[in-house]
Design a protein around this ligand. Structure first.
Ligand code: MN
Ligand code: MN
Length: 318
């Protein structure tokens, strides 16, 4: 295989990194997922947020900060553009005046992606969007294993009486059979709540809940060894709420909680997914209006790149 067969990110010696169109990683833009092995896609949706909105600006800002990313992973030796055809297929045209209609629009967009065979890597958007994504992917793959990084379990039965919001998607997904709960882990949960049910409801359904306090001062590589072992074979989806990380690492988000995971632990979790049958991933809840330095979006771009680096079929240069 040669590099010429596959799309390559625009290099910094061909165009300054601060120039050119702001696609994810300066990859070519594509109008559809046809012919791609993986695609970056934005969902500029934040009408499911409960506190600070702004995640609608996430995809655009993540793309802008991603201009610094280079193609080769120095740490893991992954060279995803040696063996995967990847492009940025743009944003899903959600209806920002109608949440329920937007869920249908997102599901239909991911039906097309799933049918194409491309593995979607999504820039959110608030966490509501994972529900229609899983609805589409589960039609193809059946119940899906989930690696969920978050400060919150997102298993509320309702919020202000509404069943669809950014704090409810995993309740709905488990109820709808989209998830294999015994192949689901939630990492980084913490903070204040209303009742113990927030974390006990997923446990009662077989989900492994790893509270942030269990992660403090530790490498998470051993945890991920256990997760890979227990998940075995079968489809796995990575859903990364940036508020799983500590606000000192990722201040630009709508529902920050203190005492969170470190950037390094976030990298360890994703790198620990190597070897699993990863069928897609998302990075949600980046709210650029609260991200004065751009560091949150830069981190988000890096985490999405790391997801790309653990997809099946990635070439690792010895
Ligand atoms: Mn969340
Ligand atoms: Mn959260």
């Amino acid at each position: 295989m040669t590099d010429r067969s596959f799309n390559q990110p625009l290099g910094g010696n061909a165009m300054p990194r601060f120039g050119g169109p702001a696609t994810m990683m300066r990859l070519p833009a594509a109008s559809s997922p046809a012919g791609l092995d993986a695609c970056f896609v934005g969902v500029p949706f934040d009408i499911g947020t409960s506190n600070r909105s702004g995640a609608r600006f996430g995809p655009r800002q993540i793309r802008a900060e991603s201009c610094l990313l280079r193609p080769y992973n120095m740490a893991t030796r992954a060279a995803p553009f040696d063996s995967l055809q990847v492009a940025d297929i743009g944003d899903v045209a959600i209806n920002t005046f109608n949440l329920l209609d937007s869920l249908k629009i997102i599901e239909a967009a991911y039906d097309v992606i799933a049918a194409s065979g491309a593995c979607p890597l999504t820039m959110g958007g608030d966490h509501t969007i994972v529900l229609p994504i899983l609805r589409a992917l589960a039609k193809k793959h059946g119940p899906i294993g989930i690696v969920h990084i978050d400060a919150h379990a997102d298993i509320n039965d309702d919020m202000f009486g509404e069943r669809y919001a950014h704090g409810t998607p995993f309740r709905r997904a488990i109820e709808e059979g989209l998830i294999a709960p015994k192949r689901m882990v939630q990492i980084g949960l913490r903070g204040t709540g209303y009742t113990a049910e927030d974390f006990d409801w997923p446990r009662s359904h077989g989900v492994r809940v790893v509270a942030a306090e269990e992660c403090w001062y530790k490498s998470l590589a051993p945890l991920m060894d256990e997760v890979r072992e227990s998940f075995g074979r079968g489809p796995v989806y990575i859903t990364f709420d940036i508020d799983g990380l500590d606000p000192s690492c990722a201040p630009g988000t709508g529902t920050p909680e203190v005492g969170g995971l470190t950037t390094v632990q976030g990298l360890e979790i994703i790198r620990g997914c190597r070897g699993m049958d990863v069928i897609g991933g998302d990075l949600v809840e980046v709210a650029p209006p609260y991200d004065a330095s751009g560091n949150t979006s830069l981190l988000a771009a890096n985490l999405l790149y790391e997801m790309l680096c653990v997809l099946p079929g990635v070439n690792y240069r010895a």
